[in-house]
Ligand binder design. Structure first.
Ligand SMILES: Nc1ncnc2c1ncn2[C@@H]1O[C@H](COP(=O)(O)OP(=O)(O)OP(=O)(O)O)[C@@H](O)[C@H]1O
Length: 392
């Protein structure tokens, strides 16, 4: 493991528990996104790794066997890229990129060589001698990345690096950033509240909620096997289908759905792309709105469940607003998950998470038998009665 974070927690003066005890292990060259709603503790965790915030007693931060916990931000040799770029407006691109190297008192030829190297990698040759104020937002962000990379940091930490840009540019730079980070081969942690950004850039995504990691995994694993309703809602906008579960069926306002065999959770959710308009479908609904989105239509449906549902409809035309339709949802498309914000056992106060190149064993997927503690199963396979209680 390159970076090992153990027992990282943060209580701010006044008692705000921004981060519960969290363990992370990050492999060399791995890119990990911390994804979650505002206030869930993403930036606090990142700032603790950077050395800009002091964790609660008992934390350990180790890089390649070297204990960094008590080292200052300067000696940790971590690169940082902020949302606001934090560039010096009175300096040229080259001056900004070389600034950190100058502070390290490297010889001039070495500075020039390293600056040229990152300028080429970040494709900034055409702007190297321009003033920062003469650059677009996307170009400034590339300069910020080049400046962070020039001192050859051990780990790159990025705090919402694209959120100051408009939506179109963000989409474009997302791909560019993912490619650049892989070209650098750097180990990186980046914070975002944008699920598309996290999924496009990271090898693994840690979904955070209320100061804990709710689930960690590859983007695909999070989407296909969310551990809780919270993760399903946050990654892929799954919609809850509250109803009566009885005899392998889910009874909703508009009809009855068959549940997949052996489903054991308490909350049923579905994604818009899994709801079909189907004359033979078991659910009755009314079309309240139809929105044309270019490649498909987005239907807003009432009457099928307690809350309005959305469905994606492809084809050359869509059903009309106000029409009565039938809907079907394949049993295997239903997500049946434990209730609650996170999959953690309430008796446990820590989020023990492993980020590594090996497949994550935590959290459990929907098939994990009751009796295993989601919080503890990473470290051992011992069964835990508190998880059984939580799952009951
Ligand atoms: N200096 C501070 N003093 C007291 N509370 C703080 C401080 N900094 C952060 N917090 C609180 O800690 C919690 C986590 O904050 P943090 O900035 O880590 O969240 P975040 O997930 O990064 O949010 P955002 O996406 O809005 O930046 C929040 O409730 C926040 O109000």
């Amino acid at each position: 493991m390159t970076l090992m974070l153990a027992n990282i927690a943060k209580t701010f003066p006044g008692g705000v528990r921004a981060l519960h005890s969290t363990d992370l292990e990050i492999a060399r060259g791995e890119i990990v996104a911390l994804l979650g709603p505002s206030g869930c503790g993403k930036s606090t965790l990142l700032r603790i790794v950077a050395g800009l915030e002091t964790p609660d007693p008992g934390a350990r931060i180790v890089f390649d066997g070297e204990d960094l916990t008590r080292q200052s931000a300067e000696t940790r040799k971590m690169g940082m890229v902020f949302q606001s770029y934090a560039l010096f407006p009175n300096m040229s691109v080259r001056g900004n990129i070389g600034y950190g190297l100058k502070m390290q008192k490297l010889p001039k030829p070495e500075i020039a060589r390293r600056v040229d190297e990152v300028i080429a990698l970040c494709r900034l040759e055409a702007y190297a001698d321009r003033a920062i104020t003469a650059l677009s937002g996307g170009q400034r962000q590339r300069v910020a990345l080049a400046r962070a990379m020039a001192p050859r940091p051990r780990v790159l930490l990025l705090d919402e690096p694209l959120s100051a840009l408009d939506a179109a540019l963000r989409g474009q730079l997302r791909t560019e950033l993912a490619l650049l980070l892989r070209d650098f081969g750097i180990t990186a942690i980046f914070v975002t509240h944008d699920q598309d950004e996290a999924m496009a850039i990271a090898d693994r995504v840690a979904v955070m909620s209320e100061g804990r990691v709710a689930q960690i995994g590859t983007p695909e694993a999070l989407y296909r096997k969310p551990a809780t309703g919270f993760v399903a809602r946050f990654v892929g906008n799954a919609m809850p289908l509250p109803g009566r579960i009885e005899g392998g069926r889910l009874h909703l306002r508009g009809g009855t759905l068959i549940l997949p065999k052996g489903a054991g959770g308490q909350e049923v959710l579905v994604r818009a792309e899994d709801i079909r308009v189907d004359p033979d479908g078991p659910l009755a609904a009314r079309i309240d709105a139809v929105t044309f989105l270019g490649t498909h239509y987005r239907l807003t449906l009432s009457g099928a469940a307690e809350e309005p549902l959305h469905a994606l409809h492809s084809g050359l035309s869509a059903p009309e607003t106000g029409s009565e339709v039938r809907l079907s949802i394949a049993p295997e498309a239903l997500l049946i998950l434990p209730k609650g914000e996170t999959a953690l056992c309430p008796a446990s106060s820590s989020s023990r998470i492993r980020i590594s190149s090996r497949p994550a064993r935590w959290p459990m997927d929907a098939r994990t038998p009751p009796g295993r503690c989601a919080a503890r199963s990473i470290r051992s396979t011992r069964s835990c009665r508190c998880w059984a209680r939580f799952n009951a």
